[in-house]
Design a protein around this ligand. Structure first.
Ligand code: SF4
Ligand code: SF4
Length: 440
């Protein structure tokens, strides 16, 4: 077993590797490791239905995940190390259990959505409630996705930069797949390898939180890409995502019955935060009191439960929140006491199977094949691939670079460097991205 370096060395190697959170937000990991915490949780929930990239990773590299957990705990001085996973994902569960070190706890998560959301996960695992607009660190907890932890282990023990991403292609395709793709790899090549017909709508991400990939031809794998979900033609999801603000208002006015199911099933509400979508739907319909509810809208995680599962009228409280809140300033971080919810409401989390049935995706729960990415001629790498600031290029057009070489440096605390995933020649460089012609 490798020795564990000092907290300073762990953070510095993490920063130098260009690591960001692989669970969706893409927050620079070295910045997360700066704050002391009592508890570190390895998040293996992967609760977006159909997505399976973390599950595959745990099956293949559970020891690396556990090593990353040990390093993260050392960096923040944590006493408790916890792996949170679903027994329903049997192989991954077995592999994680077999790799557990002394004193590491394995916590069972329900096969429900969204058990992997940080606020929900922390409450489920530790009983602590993150305040509205607060951070996990406010309650002494650090949560890291399992892929982030595996990359942290490679960064610290082997000084390897973060250049490849675990990605899956799932849904209405002939050959669902999982792949470890170089950053900047074309989404279209992965979709074709999975048997996408070129017409079916594609989400970048899972069915609940994914966004429509308007132009699959230009989509690229980034540090925050988890996968692509191909939707069947009759899917209700694009209808919700395409709805504009005026239509949402007309629907709120004509169809919202104020039944409150959206609030009663909202995971943030169930976690004790004041987030009440039925209230902003009423305010929208009456065009009254929206400003007072802006804070609630800013606390919405965008999980999609209200519009894709709860609302019997097919309305879109999530879209309303995400659009309208932009018109109001985001509240400062608040330490406001969470609102007490009724104990009767606790545990109302949609089972994955029920969600899939509701979304017409129940037939697409299938194993994935693990493939190597088909050869590509070009990688296109954004200089910013997560939360924070872009990296500053330190190469020029026509420079020949080798795999792992630094392409762009971090010049701000909340920025991470970017490295070449493969050997190649820099062919394009502008303020947002660079392209690499891959050497044969
Ligand atoms: S669930 Fe739908 S109909 Fe009921 S209050 Fe919410 S938006 Fe209105
Ligand atoms: S998307 Fe809907 S259910 Fe999810 S946090 Fe926001 S309001 Fe709640």
């Amino acid at each position: 077993m490798a020795t564990t370096p000092t907290a300073e060395v762990i953070r510095e190697r993490c920063r130098a590797a260009g690591l960001v959170g692989c669970g969706g937000g893409g927050f620079p990991t070295h910045a997360k490791l700066e704050r002391l915490a009592e508890v570190v949780i390895a998040n293996a929930a992967e609760c977006e239905p159909l997505l399976i990239k973390d599950t595959r990773l745990c099956e293949e590299a559970a020891e690396l995940v556990l090593r990353g957990l040990e390093l993260a705990a050392a960096a923040v001085g944590a006493r408790r190390r916890i792996v949170a996973a679903k027994p329903k994902r049997r192989e991954a569960w077995r592999a994680l259990r077999a790799a557990l070190g002394e004193g590491v706890e394995l916590v069972e998560l329900a096969d429900a959505y969204p058990v992997g959301d940080e606020v929900v996960l922390i409450e489920t695992v530790t009983g602590r409630r993150v305040p509205r607009f607060g951070l996990p660190g406010d309650v002494g907890v650090l949560v890291l996705n399992v892929e982030t932890l595996a990359a942290l282990a490679r960064a610290v023990d082997n000084e390897l930069p973060f250049t490849h991403k675990q990605v899956c292609v799932v849904g209405a395709v002939g050959r669902p797949l999982t792949v470890r793709a170089p950053l900047g790899y074309p989404a279209q090549a992965l979709l074709k390898a999975a048997g996408w017909d070129g017409n079916a709508p594609v989400l970048e991400g899972g069915p609940l939180m994914g966004g429509l990939l308007d132009e699959p031809a230009v989509g690229r794998v980034s540090k925050t890409t988890a996968g692509y979900t191909v939707l069947p033609p009759d899917s209700p999801i694009p209808r919700h995502l395409d709805r504009d603000a005026r239509l949402n208002r007309r629907l709120a006015l004509s169809a919202c019955t104020q039944c409150r199911y959206c609030t009663d099933l909202c995971p943030r509400w169930l976690a004790g935060q004041r987030v009440r979508p039925h209230r902003w739907m009423r305010a929208l319909a009456l065009n009254l009191g929206l400003a007072e509810l802006a804070g609630e809208m800013w606390a919405c995680s965008g999980c999609g439960v209200c519009e894709l599962y709860a609302c019997p009228e097919g309305l879109s409280p999530r879209r309303v929140a995400l659009e309208l809140r932009e018109g109001y300033p985001r509240p400062d971080r608040s330490v406001e006491e969470p609102e007490e919810r009724s104990v009767l409401l606790a545990g109302r989390r949609p089972p994955t199977s029920a969600l899939l049935t509701r979304l017409g995706l129940a037939d697409f729960v299938r194993p994935t094949v693990v493939i190597d990415p088909p050869p590509t001629e070009r990688l296109v790498l954004a200089l910013q691939q997560g939360t924070g600031y872009p990296a500053e290029p330190n190469v020029a057009v026509n420079d020949q670079v080798t795999a792992g070489q630094l392409l762009a440096e971090a010049t701000a605390r909340l920025a991470v460097p970017l490295h070449a995933p493969l050997d190649g020649r820099v062919s394009v460089l502008d303020s947002r991205q660079l392209a690499l012609e891959v050497s044969r």
